[in-house]
Design a protein around this ligand. Structure first.
Ligand code: COA
Ligand code: AMP
Length: 632
């Protein structure tokens, strides 16, 4: 325990000393020459000159320190009715073997490997195997369609793609192999090989000469050793939604990442080696990268990979069963999961069935945590419920109640204060800090702390343009909000076209691009409308081409199918309506913000520059028919 304010101040006034101290917790083959390398602003690097291996720090080191028998990973899969427990020693052997299999396919340092897999241990094994040999992994979430996978293949240019025959969603088997084959067909760049894990629920049709069965690839492989890499070498690329259909390839380095994540386990989550930590997310998201795979293993914890849902696998007691059965002390998930449980089990009857005595803290992130959900979770679980705020780009929390430092009073709706390392400021249009309680663009003064993105994959220019150009000297988070008198942050909305559906970040711009490709659509807009379960849901407004006479009922299935096919089921796009015109300013800018306010039942003022205010009445009517605004 310590004093948050003095630790926070020291992290900003003396970052070199602060992070060098944290870096002592990591094994280095060669120590760094510089802690913060600020020789090329606005690009900053951490621990330049240092050499390490992330897989060594996450796996081997614990075996060498005598903890080989400790459980590293528990795979709990209600959808296949199975549990598998893997010790650190077993994990090291599995990872080394698979690293050897990758090497046999010509994968070496700096080569990219796409991992398109469900929530099975082999996904984590593939990621760690890449880290072991210095290859760069890029995990693609299983709920994305072939087209999205193809975009990532073309950008990352992987030598090998690791996949599985299928994923399992409640009630249906999602065959991955046809999606993978289609993606490779669509992509301009072709990977040399695919390694495919055969799951009993579906058989993958293999392409001769290109595809290799996981077990065969592993059977013929020599275990590979950890390869020292530069602290600044990329560990992974993770694509995330931007304002257009082109996803951004967030790069994560080795050194800063290992240091920051290990630091976060004790200081933010208050978790020690040997304790069981569970992030109920998916390896396809940043939460899965940081807090299912890397951070808990770096800390020597037991991590849980859960292949199931908060409800329906088989009931709203799934989380409590896992916590009780595996002795989980700290859990991390998205508020939407708790809203789903609360909806099915409002009185918490299922909680009473399990022994949750070991459970200490619940962390929530991925979307704003509404006070109702926070209070419900507190009342039911009788443990601190901590909202914390971060994003794919940062890789770890920007604001949190740092439970390992000192517990600050919870203000429902706020993720508490900036985490040490992050100089968070709220700026006005001109880039000047605003007064307490005033809204503005939430920005982080450069340099960002270790573990955050150094750039976008092969695209320094887009990195600068997207994040650094709006306010020179600051990183633009894309979130708007304010700081109160106690320095608590309040994250209120996005300043761009990114929406948040069930804790998943999606681009309305990308959906508009897809809808616009329908032959009958002249123009369209997609807004994120407030939904009591998923936070937001996408709603499409389409204007049909002159002479096309079709109604909502008629065209909706085609639009839904198009988005599912081009972006994926994860977009949860199920609602659209035909309108005569879109509301616009006289200069032609579509008034998406005004439409969103109408959908959410918020007061709005039509801009003076609107070309025809009558359209807003038509939009209000159309949204009403779709059921908006929804009541909580
Ligand atoms: N592979 C294939 N399809 C997937 C998928 C995957 N890995 N993950 C989700 N999908 C599909 C779902 O089956 C669903 O398809 P459907 O339209 O045919 O029903 C669709 O994508 C939307 O999924 P989702 O938004 O997750 O909705 P849901 O109704 O299945 O579940 C919740 C709702 C709230 C239970 C669920 O979103 C959840 O558990 N969220 C937790 C939040 C989370 O993990 N966030 C990550 C950041 S912390
Ligand atoms: P992702 O990159 O998918 O993790 O999404 C990051 C975005 O989700 C942030 O920029 C926010 O808009 C939102 N977000 C994540 N966590 C929180 C939180 N605790 N409170 C409010 N918004 C959040």
């Amino acid at each position: 325990m310590g004093d948050y304010q003095s630790i926070y101040n020291r992290s900003l006034t003396n970052p070199d000393e602060f992070w060098a101290e944290a870096a002592e917790d990591i094994h280095w083959y060669k120590r760094w020459d510089r802690v913060l390398d600020d020789s090329n602003p606005p690009f900053y690097q951490w621990f330049t000159g240092g050499r390490l291996n992330t897989c060594y720090n996450a796996v081997d080191v614990h075996v060498e320190n005598g903890a080989g028998d400790r459980l590293a990973l528990i795979y709990d899969s209600p959808v296949t009715d199975s549990v598998r427990k893997i010790s650190y020693q077993e994990l090291r052997d599995l990872v080394a073997q698979f690293a050897g299999a990758l090497a046999n396919q010509g994968v070496g340092k700096g080569d990219r490997v796409i991992v398109y897999m469900p929530m099975v241990p082999e996904a984590a094994i593939a990621m760690l195997a890449c880290a072991r040999i210095g290859a760069i992994h890029s995990v693609v979430f299983g709920g994305f369609a072939a087209n999205e996978l193809a975009t990532r293949i073309d950008d990352a240019k992987p030598k090998v793609i690791v996949s599985a025959s299928c994923g399992i969603e409640p009630g249906r088997v999602v065959e991955y192999k046809p999606l993978l084959d289609e993606a490779i067909e669509l992509a301009t760049y072709k990977p040399a090989h695919c390694i495919v894990l055969a799951r009993p629920q579906a058989t993958a049709t293999m392409v001769d000469g290109r595809d290799i069965d996981w077990s065969e690839a592993v059977a013929g492989a020599e275990p590979a050793d950890c390869v020292p890499v530069e602290a600044t070498d990329p560990l992974y690329i993770l694509y995330t939604s931007g304002t257009t259909g082109e996803p951004k390839g967030v790069v994560r380095d080795h050194g800063g990442h290992a240091v920051a994540l290990k630091w976060s386990m004790k200081n933010i989550y208050d978790v020690d080696a040997g304790q069981v930590y569970w992030a109920a997310s998916d390896v396809g998201w940043v939460v899965g990268h940081s807090y299912i795979v890397y951070a808990p293993l770096l800390q020597g914890c037991t991590t849980i990979m859960f292949e199931g849902k908060p409800v329906g696998t088989p009931d709203p007691g799934a989380f409590w069963r896992v916590i009780a059965e595996h002795g989980v002390e700290v859990m991390f998930t998205a508020p939407t999961a708790f809203r789903a449980i609360k909806k099915e089990d409002p009185a918490g009857e299922y909680i009473k069935k399990y022994d949750l005595s070991k459970f200490r803290i619940l962390f929530l992130a991925g979307e704003r945590c509404d006070p109702d959900t926070l209070h419900w979770a507190e009342d039911m679980l009788k443990v601190p419920v901590i909202d914390h705020w971060w994003q794919t780009e940062t890789g770890w929390a920007i604001a949190a109640n740092c439970m390992g430092i000192d517990f600050a009073p919870v203000k429902p709706g706020s993720p508490t204060r900036a985490v040490p390392g992050y100089d968070v400021q709220v700026l006005d249009e001109e880039g000047n800090p605003v007064a307490a309680n005033d809204m503005g663009a939430i920005s982080i003064k450069l340099p960002l702390p270790p573990g955050t993105l150094p750039t976008l994959w092969n695209n320094d220019a887009r990195y600068q343009e997207s994040y650094l150009s709006r306010f020179p000297g600051y990183y633009l988070t894309g979130d708007a909000g304010y700081k109160d008198n106690d320095d608590y942050l309040w994250i209120m909305s996005r300043i761009d076209d990114v929406i948040n559906v069930a804790g998943h970040r999606l681009s309305t711009g990308a959906m508009e691009e897809v809808l616009a490709s329908h032959p009958d659509v002249a123009e369209c807009a997609v807004i994120g409308a407030a939904d009591p379960l998923k936070g937001q849901l996408p709603v499409g407004m389409v204007v049909l081409k002159a002479g096309v006479d079709r109604n909502d009922k008629d065209i909706l299935p085609e639009l839904v199918h198009l988005i599912r096919d081009q972006i994926g089921p994860v977009a949860a796009f199920k609602q659209a309506t035909v309108v005569q015109r879109l509301p616009k300013t006289r200069s032609g800018k579509v008034l998406r913000g005004t439409m969103r306010k109408i959908a959410d039942g918020e007061r709005y003022k039509a801009p003076a520059t609107i070309d025809d205010p009558v359209i807003l009445e038509e939009i209000t009517e159309a949204l009403k028919i779709l059921g908006y605004p929804k009541s909580g």
